[in-house]
Design a protein around this ligand. Structure first.
Ligand SMILES: C=C1C[C@]23C[C@H]1CC[C@H]2[C@]1(C)CCC[C@@](C)(C(=O)O)[C@H]1[C@@H]3C(=O)O
Ligand SMILES: O=C(O)CCC(=O)C(=O)O
Ligand SMILES: [Fe+2]
Length: 267
């Protein structure tokens, strides 16, 4: 990870994230965060499972940053393949927990079109005046997060922010908004944030599981009955992702704002 973030800004800006897109390099030094300045740099790229795009991650780094980044791309290609495989196993368990066939959600996310994000949080002289990542629920379906050894991730539970202590032998797995809609609110997306400190840098790897963009997000019929109403309208991940990239910066209320927008209510 440092192989990328330790480069001069001009080098990192060779893969600068374009407005409205979710891939590439972004930081407080680039326009995207001109309003709320989180104390972080990020590198996001796409992972496509399945045969049609076998090496998206590896190709992205070779094409964007050249031959010297081929080993870097291979590592993250393999990492994303492992995260995708783990995500599908977790989807089987979530299906069973909801009384849905264990294959239902696994098949929904096969050939997933996911987002991998590298987060780099520099030390900050006044850490209480900023945040690494502001309070939000991930708009995606499932997040598998690897933290390094530095504290920073916090979740909001029982009306307070609680630190999730790094465990080198475990991933942090949280539900995102899209799975909350798929489960018709049986599962809730998790409100979390990342704080920074004055002593040391912090790094995290977030794999955001996302369905193929044209998949219609709606709960399986087993979760609906005559007394259980639909909580959210049908939508595709492509629509929701575009909403977060072009209209509404993801926060703790993104899915409701998106639903209101879809049904033409004023936000
Ligand atoms: C689909 C996504 C949008 C964000 C990256 C992934 C999942 C998490 C989202 C994000 C991290 C939530 C907090 C605000 C955000 C703007 C950020 O701090 O980076 C969000 C990402 C984004 O829109 O780029
Ligand atoms: O860095 C972390 O611990 C959390 C990052 C996060 O929530 C995100 O990238 O969505
Ligand atoms: Fe998050």
């Amino acid at each position: 990870m440092s192989r990328f973030f330790d480069m001069p800004l001009s080098e990192k800006q060779r893969v600068l994230r374009k407005p409205g897109e979710s891939c590439g390099y972004a930081s407080s030094f680039t326009g995207r965060f001109s309003t709320k300045l989180p104390w972080k740099e990020t590198l996001s790229f796409r992972f496509c499972d399945g045969e049609t795009h076998p090496k998206t991650v590896q190709d992205y780094f070779s094409d964007a940053l050249g031959h010297e980044f081929e080993p870097f791309g291979k590592v993250y290609q393999e990492y994303c393949e492992a995260m995708s495989s783990l995500s599908l196993k977790i989807m089987e368990l979530l299906g069973l927990s909801l009384g849905v066939n264990r294959d239902y959600f696994r098949e929904f996310f096969e050939e997933n079109d996911s987002i991998m994000r590298l987060n780099y949080y520099p030390p900050c002289q006044k850490p209480d005046l900023t945040l690494g990542t502001g309070p939000h629920c991930d708009p995606t379906s499932l997040t598998i997060l690897h933290q390094d050894h530095v504290d920073g991730l916090q979740v909001f539970v029982e009306n307070q922010w609680r630190s999730i202590r790094p465990n080198p032998k475990a991933f942090v797995v949280n539900i995102g908004d899209t799975f909350m809609a798929l489960s018709n609110d049986r599962y809730k997306s998790c409100l979390h944030r990342a704080v920074v400190n004055s002593e040391s840098e912090r790094k995290s790897l977030a794999f955001f599981l996302c369905p193929k963009k044209d998949k219609v997000v709606k709960p399986p019929r087993e979760l609906l009955d005559s007394i259980t109403s639909r909580k959210y309208p049908d939508f595709t991940w492509a629509m929701f992702l575009e909403f977060t990239q072009k209209q509404y910066r993801a926060d703790m209320n993104t899915l409701q704002a998106f639903s209101d927008w879809l049904t033409n209510k004023p936000i």
